[in-house]
Design a protein around this ligand. Structure first.
Ligand code: GRF
Length: 204
């Protein structure tokens, strides 16, 4: 394989890290133009940190609570990303809303995975299981996942990839979340990382 430079990716997490795991498992398969250089969690006990450790990926905890607020958090985050020469940020189950000041410095360089077909069931308070509870309450027959660029509007950035998933009659929020993860999130996010990394290497 051509021994070319790879895009340095930081994955930001808050919880179980199944999307991080999908990215790690895709290395040198779907993901060939990027290396996962760093995992950052805002929660010290996120299981995602165990997944990073098992994969030998450097990890850091940067906690808004411990640092006394979001401004200090974003300052520390920016410093860490610059020190590690990160090119692309991937939000994978990351639950901190980044400020417009921060996102404007990373235009088209932050990706997020949302567990619904944006513009449905997205925006403030639509995260994790709440999304699937709302999907079931509304009675839609098709849901899915979206990878989008992050801008100043929560879940409002340019859509990159989407994949539809059927809602089954006997679904609970948990069974639906699992299916959306397996059939959409874990497929879309690695693909999006590769797509954007290829564009970055091509100078876009
Ligand atoms: C999942 O609901 C995912 O859709 C959303 O965050 C939740 C946890 O993801 N992005 P993960 O297992 O921590 O990747």
């Amino acid at each position: 394989m051509l021994n070319r430079q790879r895009v340095r990716v930081a994955v930001l997490v808050s919880g179980g890290g199944t999307n991080l795991q999908a990215i790690l498992d895709a290395r040198d398969k779907v993901i060939r133009s990027a290396e996962i250089a760093l995992v950052i969690s805002n929660k010290p006990n996120a299981y995602a940190l165990e997944r990073a450790k098992a994969a030998g990926i450097p990890a850091a905890v940067i906690s808004p609570k411990a640092l006394g607020g979001k401004e200090a958090f974003e300052r520390e985050l920016q410093k860490t990303l610059e020190r590690e020469k990160i090119d692309l940020i991937v939000l994978a189950g990351f639950l901190v809303i980044l400020s417009p000041d921060f996102t404007s410095r990373w235009d088209h360089r932050i990706l997020n995975i949302h567990p619904a077909l944006i513009p449905s069931f997205c925006g403030k308070d639509y995260y994790g299981l709440h999304v699937h509870e709302a999907v079931l309450a509304r009675g839609v027959k098709v849901t899915g996942a979206t990878v989008h660029f992050v801008n100043e509007i929560p879940d409002g950035g340019e859509i990159l990839l989407q994949k539809a998933v059927e809602v089954q009659p006997e679904d609970t929020p948990e069974t639906l979340q699992r299916r959306v993860m397996e059939q959409a999130e874990w497929i879309l996010l690695p693909k999006a990382v590769e797509l954007v990394s290829e564009k970055i290497l091509a100078g876009e």
